[in-house]
Design a binder for this molecule. Structure first.
Ligand code: NAD
Length: 297
């Protein structure tokens, strides 16, 4: 391998991920539609290309970090697959529809390339610090080939299964997380109405059967966990808009599988509504604030 990586999509996640690849010693050839993203990447030592195809020329590995499935599919078919050398390894790190992920892999295989889906969790902090978790779908040999590259951007790489399994793991986890946060928030709202202190509920539930990340780490009320976003007016953390996006993808998958999943669907609706308000940019634990409003009406 010549150690050349193409990187398409230098946004909030892709920008710092590409910078970590440069730090690890790779030559990174990158492209983004947005000029400010290109300028920041240049400052980080990335070689900026004039389009996606140029970025892929001579690359062993082609990484995409784009908003949605349609961007990945149109970029793949719009020159990226053709421009990369035969056998190049395509790694899509975007969070996209499972069906789109499988389509992207099929298109890559048809073009004589190798391909993986490898969405991430860990947010912009994880992207910056190189501590992301990668959930990877694809063939064993391809995952092994991707591992050193992914390790330059992340701390944990989980091979979840065949094509689409990485996206599937991401959707299932985030549906669980979205439901759990609403459950935790509802428990705090009920405690308030019963005159039970937040501290007492936390002390009991965080060590008893109600414990979960949404309570123990990302506690939606200020106080019990001083580092949780609730202590800084829900700034930072995992934005409502991103949770709404992931639950929209989960809903699509539920429909495709003919599954009822009432709580997953309700969670998608709750965060979807919240994403249309001025709380869209806040950490998703801010959902407790609308649950309070709803009980008041
Ligand atoms: P972002 O909007 O900050 O970045 C996306 C970038 O893609 C933008 O810079 C945009 O200009 C560029 N782009 C769009 N279409 C393009 C094209 N055709 N060619 C080249 N560049 C193009 O988004 P982000 O926060 O970096 O998220 C990227 C992906 O990662 C999304 O799928 C998101 O769901 C997922 N994700 C985000 C987070 C997070 O905390 N931000 C966490 C986990 C996963």
């Amino acid at each position: 391998a010549s150690g050349v990586i193409a990187f398409i999509g230098l946004g909030n996640m892709g920008g710092p991920m590409a910078a970590n690849l440069v730090r690890a010693g790779y030559r990174v050839q990158a492209f983004d539609l947005a000029e400010p993203a290109l300028a920041a990447a240049r400052d980080a030592g990335v070689t900026v290309a004039t389009d996606a195809g140029e970025a892929a020329r001579g690359a062993d590995v082609v990484i995409t970090m784009l908003p949605a499935g349609r961007h990945v599919l149109s970029t793949y078919s719009g020159g990226l697959l053709d421009a990369a050398p035969a056998g190049a390894l395509f790694i899509d790190c975007s969070t996209i529809d499972v069906a789109d992920a499988r389509k992207a892999v099929e298109a890559a295989h048809a073009a004589g390339k190798r391909a993986l889906d490898a969405p991430v969790s860990g947010g912009t902090t994880g992207a910056t610090n190189g501590t992301l978790t990668f959930m990877v779908g694809g063939a064993d040999a391809d995952v092994d080939a991707a591992r050193p590259v992914l390790e330059a951007m992340g701390r944990k790489i989980v091979h979840c299964g065949g094509s689409g399994a990485g996206q599937a793991a991401k959707l299932c986890n985030n549906m669980l997380l979205g439901i759990q946060m609403i459950g935790v928030a509802e428990a705090f709202v009920l405690a308030e109405s019963l005159g039970l202190s937040q501290e007492a509920l936390f002390e009991v539930s965080s060590t008893a059967t109600g414990q979960c990340w949404a309570l123990n780490t990302n506690c939606p009320v200020p106080g019990p966990v001083p580092t949780s976003p609730a202590n800084r007016d829900y700034q930072g953390g995992f934005a409502v808009a991103l949770m709404a996006k992931d639950l929209g993808l989960a809903t699509t998958a539920l429909d495709a599988g003919g599954l009822g999943s009432p709580l997953g669907r309700l969670a998608a609706q709750v965060y979807g509504d919240l994403a249309t308000t001025d709380r869209a940019g806040q950490d998703f634990s801010t959902v407790i604030n609308v649950l309070r409003e709803r009980t008041a009406t």
